[in-house]
Design a binder for this molecule. Structure first.
Ligand SMILES: [Zn+2]
Length: 150
């Protein structure tokens, strides 16, 4: 595994119930940021980043304190911590694979640069899936329980 030689970005919700580590193929300042203009993301003030060649490990200490919020088509699950209200990541299943984006506002070290707002509301379901398959993080693992943050 070459992950250790890659650029690792860590983040979490505010209380640390949901933590993640992104092993990115690109340096942090090369990761694109975007804000989604949908009604949920606008309310959350979320700014997203992803690296399709990266690898994301999500560690959830207490799954009972995570809301897997869905709306509209319901194909994307937003992982919201019910303890602190933070939303560090969103995931979707395409085929039998999990893809994810991270909310750049929840990184331990913020990224530089702007996050232009993008409007995906005109997409068909298939266009949305193709976009996420192309641009979201394509290697995602989720582990549960205390003491597995690393
Ligand atoms: Zn939390």
């Amino acid at each position: 595994m070459v992950a250790e030689t890659r650029n690792a970005l860590t983040g979490s919700c505010h209380c640390g119930n949901i933590r993640y580590r992104l092993f990115a193929a690109h340096q942090g300042d090369a990761l694109p940021q975007r804000a989604c203009g949908c009604s949920f993301c606008r309310r959350m003030g979320a700014r997203y980043t992803s690296d399709p060649e990266g690898e994301l490990r999500i560690a959830i200490a207490n799954p009972a304190a995570v809301s897997r919020y869905r709306f509209a088509s319901g194909v994307v699950e937003f992982l919201v911590c019910t303890r602190c209200g933070g939303m560090p990541t969103a995931v979707t299943e395409i085929g039998n694979r999990t893809h994810a984006v991270i909310n750049a506002n929840t990184l331990d070290t913020p990224l530089d640069g702007d996050a232009p707002t993008v409007d995906f509301s005109g997409e068909t379901l298939q266009e949305g899936e193709e976009r996420r398959k192309r641009s979201w993080i394509g290697h995602v693992t989720i582990v549960f329980g205390e003491g597995q943050h690393e």
